[in-house]
Design a protein around this ligand. Structure first.
Ligand SMILES: Nc1ncnc2c1ncn2[C@@H]1O[C@H](COP(=O)(O)OP(=O)(O)OP(=O)(O)O)[C@@H](O)[C@H]1O
Ligand SMILES: [Mg+2]
Length: 265
């Protein structure tokens, strides 16, 4: 087992983090890898995309609370979605944890303490982050080996990316020296603008800016995820796109991306 922990992160909202966590996880599980998805967003979009309502069950909030108190969590907090694919769900209660954490010692590494206990059972642990750079996301960055940064062509801004990289660098320096940026995944790409001159220019500008500011060569994955109404439809059916419409171009793109990413070391 590889036990690789990866955070899907971008402080910008609505750019495909949850869709990527779900479909990358699904694709890897189909390849026979054991995958744990962690919904680490109080919006609980990943849990609801899988039809899981965790209000009365053990979930990532109850796990975080127990870890803060150094207590054991009661109940089964890992939900089996399908063969090789598990989920730790989230609830709105997770939003309150940021306040609780303010007075907690080692508050940045609470999630890490939880994941370190369970990652041995998995090839991949994927953390779906909330759209912020607050304490929750810092916990995710402290707990992971690597990050994937999804971004839509519209928001491929050097500034937004720079802020994120700056935060990752701070975490690297202070808490988690091993953290790596696997790369940027372009999502919701309109076929007509596919690799247009403007896109290539925007990509080069952003990566050039990161190179200048942080002396860091950031990779942009070759596989890009096209835009399709099926992505939203799949969620309404409580399914990954890959399960809902296996032949859809979004499904193929996530499967190819899973292979490309799985090969990065
Ligand atoms: N490839 C795609 N084509 C079309 N729509 C998509 C695609 N990927 C995601 N979407 C839709 O875009 C919306 C935002 O996607 P998603 O929830 O994955 O983003 P997010 O970054 O997790 O958002 P948040 O920051 O709120 O957590 C959703 O309605 C989703 O169905
Ligand atoms: Mg999300």
């Amino acid at each position: 087992m590889e036990n690789k922990v990866t955070a899907i992160v971008n402080q910008k909202g609505g750019i495909g983090k949850t869709t990527t966590a779900l479909n990358l996880g699904y694709a890897l599980s189909e390849e026979g890898k054991r995958v744990l998805l962690i919904d680490f967003d109080p919006q609980a979009s990943l849990s609801s995309a899988l039809g899981i309502k965790a209000d009365n069950k053990a979930n990532i909030h109850t796990l975080m609370s127990a870890a803060i108190e150094e207590m054991e969590t009661e109940g089964n907090y890992i939900i089996s979605i399908k063969e090789n694919l598990d989920l730790i769900p989230s609830t709105l209660d997770l939003a309150g944890i940021e306040m609780t954490l303010v007075n907690v010692m080692s508050r940045e590494t609470i999630l890490k303490s939880i994941i370190d206990e369970i990652k041995k059972d998995y090839d991949y642990v994927l953390i779906d982050c909330s759209p912020s750079l607050g304490t929750l996301t810092i916990n995710a960055l402290a707990a992971c080996d690597s990050v994937i940064i999804p971004v839509t062509p519209e928001y491929l801004s050097a500034k937004g990316l720079g802020l994120l990289v700056r935060n990752i660098n701070l975490i690297k320096k202070r808490i988690n020296p091993g953290i790596e940026i696997d790369g940027i995944l372009i999502t919701m790409l309109n076929k007509r603008t596919n690799l247009s001159k403007e896109m290539v220019k925007a990509i080069n500008e952003s990566t050039g800016y990161i190179k200048n500011q942080y002396d860091l060569d950031i990779k942009v994955f070759d596989n890009m995820i096209p835009i399709s109404v099926k992505a939203g439809e799949a969620i309404l059916h409580r399914k990954s796109v890959i399960e809902y419409e296996p032949k859809n171009q979004v499904s193929s793109a996530y499967k190819s991306f899973a292979k490309e990413w799985g090969d990065t070391k």
